[in-house]
Design a protein around this ligand. Sequence first.
Ligand code: GLN
Length: 220
Amino acid sequence: MATRRVVAPREPGGSAGRSAPDGITVGVLALQGDVREHLAILGTLGVAARPVRTAAELAGCAALVLPGGESSTVARLIAAFELEAPLRAAIRAGVSCLATCAGTILLARTIQDGLPGQLALGVLDIAVRRNAYGRQRDSFEADLALPAVGPDPVPVVFIRAPTIETVGPDVEVLARHDGRPVAVRQGRHLALTFHPEITGDPRLHALFLAGLALPPGPGT
Ligand code: GLN
């Protein structure tokens, strides 16, 4: 397990510094994972954000962060909290998602090495393989080149991360690590196999929020 350092969110820089549409609320799915850290980063970016555990809390959110965790556990909690249908409906109705790690697994079309029947919402045209980095690299830190957020590399942490094995034609690869996609965008959805919230760099959240102001693209 890599050192989990939490640092104060920094000011966003580069092109990702554009802001979200006024008056929106961003939900953070609060079943497992770094809910507090995501809320803190969204707060520093000046957007209203709230934890979401119920359909009532999801209602009214224009966007949703799906934190990491253990995707099979999150899937079980989604069932227990009766959130699958509300999530599907919200996303169909235009709620955009920022997914990290297990969240990305949840949004994938296909999960390799998942539990039998593990929930895959099929929002993103990607196939992911769970826990694909192998034991010796279960968790590691990296400085990622991510031109979409600016010239400086983004410090991130991979924790028992999945790999993105295939991407469909509407999926744009924003960053790679060891040649494999680790940050992808489909329409206004942004999906990462790593955790940007642990290092507190706000640029990916800012990129996501900036995207909410754009007209829907292909695959949204
Ligand atoms: N290994 C986890 C899973 O398969 C994902 C890890 C994470 O979200 N950091 O669900």
